[in-house]
Ligand binder design. Structure first.
Ligand SMILES: C[S@@+](CC[C@H](N)C(=O)[O-])C[C@H]1O[C@@H](n2cnc3c(N)ncnc32)[C@H](O)[C@@H]1O
Length: 361
Protein backbone atom coordinates (compact mmCIF):
# COMPACT_ATOMS: atom_id res chain seq x y z
CA UNK A 1 0.00 0.00 0.00
CA UNK A 2 2.87 2.38 0.75
CA UNK A 3 3.66 2.43 -2.94
CA UNK A 4 0.50 4.44 -3.60
CA UNK A 5 1.83 7.48 -1.78
CA UNK A 6 4.18 10.01 -3.28
CA UNK A 7 6.70 12.14 -1.43
CA UNK A 8 5.53 15.36 0.24
CA UNK A 9 5.61 18.09 -2.40
CA UNK A 10 6.24 21.78 -1.93
CA UNK A 11 3.05 23.80 -1.67
CA UNK A 12 3.39 25.19 -5.17
CA UNK A 13 3.45 21.77 -6.74
CA UNK A 14 0.79 20.45 -4.42
CA UNK A 15 -1.60 23.30 -5.04
CA UNK A 16 -1.02 23.14 -8.74
CA UNK A 17 -2.03 19.51 -8.58
CA UNK A 18 -5.03 20.33 -6.42
CA UNK A 19 -6.21 23.19 -8.54
CA UNK A 20 -5.54 22.07 -12.01
CA UNK A 21 -6.23 18.36 -11.77
CA UNK A 22 -9.58 19.21 -10.30
CA UNK A 23 -10.73 19.58 -13.85
CA UNK A 24 -7.87 18.58 -16.05
CA UNK A 25 -6.36 15.21 -16.63
CA UNK A 26 -2.90 14.89 -15.11
CA UNK A 27 0.07 15.91 -17.15
CA UNK A 28 2.48 13.27 -15.96
CA UNK A 29 5.93 13.77 -17.37
CA UNK A 30 6.72 10.08 -16.95
CA UNK A 31 3.98 9.44 -19.50
CA UNK A 32 5.34 11.93 -21.98
CA UNK A 33 7.18 9.14 -23.81
CA UNK A 34 4.02 7.12 -24.34
CA UNK A 35 2.10 7.54 -27.60
CA UNK A 36 -1.18 9.49 -27.33
CA UNK A 37 -3.59 7.37 -25.38
CA UNK A 38 -6.73 6.06 -27.03
CA UNK A 39 -8.69 7.85 -24.29
CA UNK A 40 -8.07 10.96 -26.37
CA UNK A 41 -9.87 9.46 -29.32
CA UNK A 42 -13.66 9.40 -28.92
CA UNK A 43 -13.81 6.49 -31.38
CA UNK A 44 -12.21 4.23 -28.79
CA UNK A 45 -13.04 5.95 -25.55
CA UNK A 46 -16.47 4.91 -24.38
CA UNK A 47 -15.81 6.79 -21.17
CA UNK A 48 -15.46 10.05 -22.96
CA UNK A 49 -18.18 12.46 -23.99
CA UNK A 50 -17.66 15.00 -26.75
CA UNK A 51 -17.06 17.81 -26.10
CA UNK A 52 -15.16 16.40 -23.13
CA UNK A 53 -17.07 16.82 -19.87
CA UNK A 54 -15.02 16.67 -16.71
CA UNK A 55 -16.50 14.64 -13.91
CA UNK A 56 -18.05 12.00 -16.12
CA UNK A 57 -15.44 9.25 -16.24
CA UNK A 58 -16.80 6.65 -13.84
CA UNK A 59 -14.74 3.62 -12.86
CA UNK A 60 -16.76 0.45 -13.18
CA UNK A 61 -16.03 -3.12 -12.29
CA UNK A 62 -15.01 -4.20 -15.76
CA UNK A 63 -12.59 -1.29 -16.16
CA UNK A 64 -8.85 -1.57 -15.91
CA UNK A 65 -8.00 1.23 -13.48
CA UNK A 66 -4.64 1.79 -15.15
CA UNK A 67 -6.17 2.35 -18.58
CA UNK A 68 -6.82 6.08 -18.10
CA UNK A 69 -5.00 8.57 -15.91
CA UNK A 70 -7.98 10.00 -14.01
CA UNK A 71 -11.33 8.66 -12.83
CA UNK A 72 -14.11 10.70 -11.27
CA UNK A 73 -16.14 10.15 -8.10
CA UNK A 74 -14.07 7.20 -6.91
CA UNK A 75 -14.47 6.20 -3.27
CA UNK A 76 -11.25 5.18 -1.56
CA UNK A 77 -10.85 1.43 -1.18
CA UNK A 78 -10.55 -0.31 2.22
CA UNK A 79 -6.79 -0.73 1.96
CA UNK A 80 -6.35 2.99 1.39
CA UNK A 81 -8.71 3.85 4.27
CA UNK A 82 -6.71 1.63 6.59
CA UNK A 83 -3.46 3.11 5.37
CA UNK A 84 -4.84 6.65 5.91
CA UNK A 85 -5.85 5.84 9.50
CA UNK A 86 -2.36 4.50 10.20
CA UNK A 87 -0.86 7.66 8.77
CA UNK A 88 -3.12 9.91 10.90
CA UNK A 89 -2.10 8.02 14.01
CA UNK A 90 1.59 8.34 13.11
CA UNK A 91 1.09 12.10 12.47
CA UNK A 92 -0.66 12.64 15.83
CA UNK A 93 2.16 10.87 17.64
CA UNK A 94 4.72 13.37 16.27
CA UNK A 95 3.13 16.81 16.34
CA UNK A 96 4.80 20.14 15.61
CA UNK A 97 6.60 21.34 18.76
CA UNK A 98 4.92 24.01 20.89
CA UNK A 99 7.75 26.38 20.03
CA UNK A 100 7.14 25.93 16.29
CA UNK A 101 3.37 26.11 16.70
CA UNK A 102 3.79 29.59 18.15
CA UNK A 103 6.31 30.51 15.48
CA UNK A 104 4.15 29.46 12.54
CA UNK A 105 0.79 30.53 13.96
CA UNK A 106 1.83 33.98 15.12
CA UNK A 107 2.44 35.52 11.67
CA UNK A 108 1.31 33.07 8.99
CA UNK A 109 1.28 35.77 6.27
CA UNK A 110 5.07 35.90 6.57
CA UNK A 111 5.35 32.39 5.13
CA UNK A 112 2.98 33.15 2.28
CA UNK A 113 5.12 36.23 1.53
CA UNK A 114 8.16 33.99 1.21
CA UNK A 115 6.12 31.63 -0.96
CA UNK A 116 5.15 34.41 -3.38
CA UNK A 117 8.70 35.76 -3.46
CA UNK A 118 10.13 32.34 -4.28
CA UNK A 119 7.61 31.04 -6.76
CA UNK A 120 7.59 33.58 -9.51
CA UNK A 121 7.24 31.04 -12.33
CA UNK A 122 4.14 29.01 -13.20
CA UNK A 123 1.82 31.29 -11.31
CA UNK A 124 -0.74 31.97 -13.94
CA UNK A 125 -3.13 29.27 -14.97
CA UNK A 126 -6.17 29.65 -17.12
CA UNK A 127 -8.94 28.23 -14.98
CA UNK A 128 -11.43 27.42 -17.69
CA UNK A 129 -13.47 25.42 -15.19
CA UNK A 130 -14.55 28.40 -13.08
CA UNK A 131 -17.63 29.43 -15.05
CA UNK A 132 -18.61 25.81 -15.55
CA UNK A 133 -18.49 25.07 -11.81
CA UNK A 134 -19.91 28.39 -10.60
CA UNK A 135 -22.61 29.58 -13.04
CA UNK A 136 -23.01 32.88 -11.16
CA UNK A 137 -19.62 33.87 -12.59
CA UNK A 138 -21.02 33.45 -16.05
CA UNK A 139 -24.10 35.53 -15.17
CA UNK A 140 -22.27 38.46 -13.60
CA UNK A 141 -19.89 38.75 -16.54
CA UNK A 142 -22.66 39.09 -19.14
CA UNK A 143 -22.81 42.44 -20.95
CA UNK A 144 -26.14 43.45 -19.41
CA UNK A 145 -25.55 42.11 -15.86
CA UNK A 146 -25.32 45.65 -14.42
CA UNK A 147 -23.38 46.90 -11.43
CA UNK A 148 -21.66 43.91 -9.81
CA UNK A 149 -19.01 43.81 -7.09
CA UNK A 150 -17.05 40.59 -6.83
CA UNK A 151 -14.64 39.95 -3.96
CA UNK A 152 -12.01 37.26 -4.18
CA UNK A 153 -10.64 36.34 -0.76
CA UNK A 154 -7.11 34.92 -0.55
CA UNK A 155 -6.69 35.72 -4.23
CA UNK A 156 -2.99 34.80 -4.31
CA UNK A 157 -1.45 35.60 -7.67
CA UNK A 158 -4.86 36.30 -9.22
CA UNK A 159 -5.36 32.89 -10.80
CA UNK A 160 -9.10 33.26 -10.45
CA UNK A 161 -9.52 37.01 -10.76
CA UNK A 162 -7.64 37.44 -14.04
CA UNK A 163 -9.40 34.64 -15.96
CA UNK A 164 -12.74 36.11 -14.84
CA UNK A 165 -11.73 39.54 -16.11
CA UNK A 166 -10.47 38.02 -19.37
CA UNK A 167 -13.91 36.50 -19.98
CA UNK A 168 -15.83 39.55 -18.74
CA UNK A 169 -18.25 41.46 -21.01
CA UNK A 170 -19.90 43.46 -18.23
CA UNK A 171 -18.64 47.08 -18.25
CA UNK A 172 -20.03 47.50 -14.71
CA UNK A 173 -18.15 44.62 -13.05
CA UNK A 174 -15.59 45.49 -10.39
CA UNK A 175 -13.32 42.79 -8.96
CA UNK A 176 -11.72 43.25 -5.54
CA UNK A 177 -8.93 40.72 -5.11
CA UNK A 178 -7.61 40.55 -1.55
CA UNK A 179 -4.88 38.58 0.11
CA UNK A 180 -3.10 39.06 3.41
CA UNK A 181 0.24 38.44 1.75
CA UNK A 182 1.62 41.75 0.52
CA UNK A 183 3.83 39.84 -1.91
CA UNK A 184 0.78 38.20 -3.48
CA UNK A 185 -0.83 41.62 -3.86
CA UNK A 186 2.37 42.88 -5.52
CA UNK A 187 2.21 39.99 -8.01
CA UNK A 188 -1.38 40.90 -8.89
CA UNK A 189 -0.65 44.61 -9.20
CA UNK A 190 2.29 43.87 -11.51
CA UNK A 191 0.23 41.61 -13.78
CA UNK A 192 -0.10 42.96 -17.32
CA UNK A 193 -3.91 42.72 -17.12
CA UNK A 194 -4.12 44.66 -13.86
CA UNK A 195 -6.34 47.68 -14.54
CA UNK A 196 -7.69 49.71 -11.64
CA UNK A 197 -10.85 50.57 -13.61
CA UNK A 198 -11.99 46.98 -13.25
CA UNK A 199 -9.86 45.51 -10.49
CA UNK A 200 -8.52 46.48 -7.09
CA UNK A 201 -5.93 44.27 -5.38
CA UNK A 202 -5.45 44.91 -1.66
CA UNK A 203 -3.87 43.47 1.42
CA UNK A 204 -6.63 42.20 3.70
CA UNK A 205 -6.75 39.62 6.45
CA UNK A 206 -9.98 37.67 6.08
CA UNK A 207 -9.84 36.73 9.76
CA UNK A 208 -9.08 40.25 11.01
CA UNK A 209 -11.37 42.87 12.49
CA UNK A 210 -11.82 45.12 9.44
CA UNK A 211 -13.59 44.85 6.11
CA UNK A 212 -11.54 44.95 2.87
CA UNK A 213 -10.35 48.39 1.73
CA UNK A 214 -13.04 50.25 -0.19
CA UNK A 215 -15.83 47.82 0.71
CA UNK A 216 -18.56 48.49 3.23
CA UNK A 217 -21.18 46.32 4.90
CA UNK A 218 -23.62 44.65 2.45
CA UNK A 219 -21.71 45.88 -0.61
CA UNK A 220 -20.59 42.71 -2.42
CA UNK A 221 -22.63 40.50 -4.77
CA UNK A 222 -20.33 37.48 -5.04
CA UNK A 223 -17.44 36.21 -2.89
CA UNK A 224 -14.94 33.73 -4.29
CA UNK A 225 -12.87 31.51 -1.98
CA UNK A 226 -10.60 29.06 -3.74
CA UNK A 227 -8.16 27.17 -1.50
CA UNK A 228 -8.03 29.94 1.09
CA UNK A 229 -10.25 28.71 3.91
CA UNK A 230 -7.90 25.76 4.43
CA UNK A 231 -5.09 28.21 5.18
CA UNK A 232 -6.91 29.47 8.29
CA UNK A 233 -6.62 27.85 11.67
CA UNK A 234 -9.91 26.50 13.11
CA UNK A 235 -9.78 29.33 15.67
CA UNK A 236 -10.09 31.85 12.78
CA UNK A 237 -13.10 30.33 11.00
CA UNK A 238 -15.78 32.17 12.93
CA UNK A 239 -14.30 35.62 12.40
CA UNK A 240 -13.72 34.92 8.70
CA UNK A 241 -17.27 33.69 8.10
CA UNK A 242 -18.67 36.69 9.96
CA UNK A 243 -16.52 39.06 7.89
CA UNK A 244 -17.76 37.49 4.66
CA UNK A 245 -21.32 37.74 5.92
CA UNK A 246 -20.84 41.41 6.82
CA UNK A 247 -19.44 42.41 3.45
CA UNK A 248 -21.94 40.45 1.31
CA UNK A 249 -25.33 41.85 0.33
CA UNK A 250 -28.28 39.86 1.68
CA UNK A 251 -28.85 37.11 -0.88
CA UNK A 252 -25.21 37.35 -2.05
CA UNK A 253 -23.36 34.17 -2.92
CA UNK A 254 -20.08 32.56 -1.81
CA UNK A 255 -18.36 30.26 -4.32
CA UNK A 256 -16.11 27.88 -2.42
CA UNK A 257 -13.57 25.20 -3.26
CA UNK A 258 -11.04 23.64 -0.90
CA UNK A 259 -9.34 20.48 0.35
CA UNK A 260 -11.42 17.54 1.56
CA UNK A 261 -10.70 15.09 4.36
CA UNK A 262 -8.60 12.15 3.27
CA UNK A 263 -7.04 13.90 0.31
CA UNK A 264 -3.69 12.46 -0.69
CA UNK A 265 -2.02 15.68 0.48
CA UNK A 266 -3.30 14.99 4.01
CA UNK A 267 -2.54 11.30 4.10
CA UNK A 268 1.07 11.67 3.03
CA UNK A 269 2.09 14.22 5.70
CA UNK A 270 5.07 12.84 7.58
CA UNK A 271 6.14 13.22 11.21
CA UNK A 272 6.48 16.72 12.66
CA UNK A 273 3.74 18.30 10.51
CA UNK A 274 0.64 17.82 12.68
CA UNK A 275 -0.64 21.08 14.25
CA UNK A 276 -4.06 19.85 15.38
CA UNK A 277 -6.70 17.44 14.04
CA UNK A 278 -6.73 17.71 10.23
CA UNK A 279 -4.51 20.82 10.33
CA UNK A 280 -0.88 20.64 9.18
CA UNK A 281 2.25 22.65 8.61
CA UNK A 282 3.76 22.33 5.16
CA UNK A 283 7.49 22.26 4.53
CA UNK A 284 7.42 25.92 3.46
CA UNK A 285 5.77 27.07 6.70
CA UNK A 286 2.24 27.54 5.29
CA UNK A 287 -0.67 25.79 6.97
CA UNK A 288 -3.42 23.62 5.54
CA UNK A 289 -6.67 22.17 6.88
CA UNK A 290 -8.70 19.31 5.36
CA UNK A 291 -12.48 19.68 5.68
CA UNK A 292 -15.29 17.27 6.19
CA UNK A 293 -18.51 18.05 4.34
CA UNK A 294 -20.80 18.21 7.41
CA UNK A 295 -18.26 20.24 9.32
CA UNK A 296 -18.11 22.78 6.51
CA UNK A 297 -21.90 23.04 6.44
CA UNK A 298 -21.93 23.70 10.21
CA UNK A 299 -19.27 26.39 9.80
CA UNK A 300 -21.10 28.29 7.05
CA UNK A 301 -24.56 28.05 8.58
CA UNK A 302 -22.99 29.25 11.84
CA UNK A 303 -24.15 26.16 13.73
CA UNK A 304 -20.55 25.37 14.67
CA UNK A 305 -20.31 28.66 16.53
CA UNK A 306 -23.84 28.81 17.94
CA UNK A 307 -22.96 26.03 20.35
CA UNK A 308 -20.10 28.09 21.74
CA UNK A 309 -22.24 31.24 22.09
CA UNK A 310 -25.06 29.39 23.80
CA UNK A 311 -22.66 27.75 26.18
CA UNK A 312 -21.12 31.11 27.04
CA UNK A 313 -24.53 32.68 27.63
CA UNK A 314 -26.00 29.82 29.67
CA UNK A 315 -22.83 28.75 31.38
CA UNK A 316 -23.51 25.26 30.03
CA UNK A 317 -23.08 23.31 26.81
CA UNK A 318 -26.18 23.55 24.62
CA UNK A 319 -26.63 20.64 22.22
CA UNK A 320 -28.74 22.43 19.58
CA UNK A 321 -27.65 25.59 17.75
CA UNK A 322 -30.12 28.49 17.88
CA UNK A 323 -31.67 29.56 14.54
CA UNK A 324 -30.67 33.20 15.20
CA UNK A 325 -27.05 32.23 14.56
CA UNK A 326 -27.75 31.05 11.05
CA UNK A 327 -25.43 32.91 8.68
CA UNK A 328 -25.65 31.24 5.28
CA UNK A 329 -27.93 28.82 3.46
CA UNK A 330 -26.02 25.94 1.95
CA UNK A 331 -27.25 25.96 -1.64
CA UNK A 332 -24.91 23.26 -2.79
CA UNK A 333 -22.05 21.35 -1.18
CA UNK A 334 -20.41 18.40 -2.84
CA UNK A 335 -17.41 16.18 -2.45
CA UNK A 336 -15.31 16.00 -5.57
CA UNK A 337 -13.32 12.80 -5.51
CA UNK A 338 -10.84 11.86 -8.13
CA UNK A 339 -8.58 8.90 -8.56
CA UNK A 340 -5.43 9.91 -10.36
CA UNK A 341 -3.38 7.15 -11.85
CA UNK A 342 0.25 7.21 -12.77
CA UNK A 343 0.06 4.49 -15.36
CA UNK A 344 3.80 4.26 -15.90
CA UNK A 345 4.51 3.73 -12.18
CA UNK A 346 1.17 2.02 -11.47
CA UNK A 347 0.41 4.38 -8.61
CA UNK A 348 -3.09 5.22 -7.43
CA UNK A 349 -3.62 8.64 -5.84
CA UNK A 350 -6.91 9.65 -4.26
CA UNK A 351 -7.71 13.33 -4.33
CA UNK A 352 -10.64 14.91 -2.52
CA UNK A 353 -11.99 18.45 -2.71
CA UNK A 354 -15.10 20.12 -1.36
CA UNK A 355 -17.01 22.54 -3.49
CA UNK A 356 -20.00 24.61 -2.50
CA UNK A 357 -22.21 27.63 -2.92
CA UNK A 358 -23.44 29.40 0.20
CA UNK A 359 -26.06 32.18 0.19
CA UNK A 360 -26.24 34.94 2.77
CA UNK A 361 -29.64 35.07 4.45
C1 LIG B 1 -3.37 28.02 -1.47
S1 LIG B 1 -3.27 29.73 -1.76
C2 LIG B 1 -4.60 29.95 -2.90
C3 LIG B 1 -4.47 31.21 -3.71
C4 LIG B 1 -5.58 31.42 -4.75
N1 LIG B 1 -6.89 31.48 -4.15
C5 LIG B 1 -5.51 30.33 -5.76
O1 LIG B 1 -6.35 29.42 -5.72
O2 LIG B 1 -4.62 30.37 -6.61
C6 LIG B 1 -3.95 30.41 -0.26
C7 LIG B 1 -3.94 31.93 -0.25
O3 LIG B 1 -4.68 32.39 0.87
C8 LIG B 1 -4.01 33.50 1.41
N2 LIG B 1 -4.46 33.62 2.81
C9 LIG B 1 -4.25 32.76 3.81
N3 LIG B 1 -4.80 33.20 4.95
C10 LIG B 1 -5.40 34.39 4.65
C11 LIG B 1 -6.13 35.34 5.40
N4 LIG B 1 -6.34 35.18 6.71
N5 LIG B 1 -6.61 36.44 4.76
C12 LIG B 1 -6.38 36.62 3.44
N6 LIG B 1 -5.66 35.77 2.68
C13 LIG B 1 -5.19 34.66 3.28
C14 LIG B 1 -2.54 33.16 1.24
O4 LIG B 1 -1.70 34.28 1.31
C15 LIG B 1 -2.56 32.51 -0.13
O5 LIG B 1 -2.38 33.46 -1.14
Amino acid sequence: MASTVLAQPAVAAEDELAKETSTLTVQDTSEAQLPPHRSHDPQYNMKRSDPFQFGSRYLQEEDNVFEFNAWDHVETDDAYKEYAEQQYEMQRQSPVSDFDKRRFNSDPAKFWNVFYKNNTANFFKNRKWLQQEFPVLDRVTQEDAGQITLLEVGAGAGNTAFPILAANKNPKLKVHACDYSKEAVKVMRNHEAYDTNVMQADVWDAAGEDLPPGLGENSVDVVLMVFIFSALSPAQWEQAVKNISRVLKPGGEVCFRDYGRGDLAQVRFKKGRYLEENFYLRGDGTRVYFFDKDELARIWTGAAFAKKENAAEDGRESMEPQPSSSLFDIEELGVDRRLLVNRARRLKMYRCWLQGRFRKK
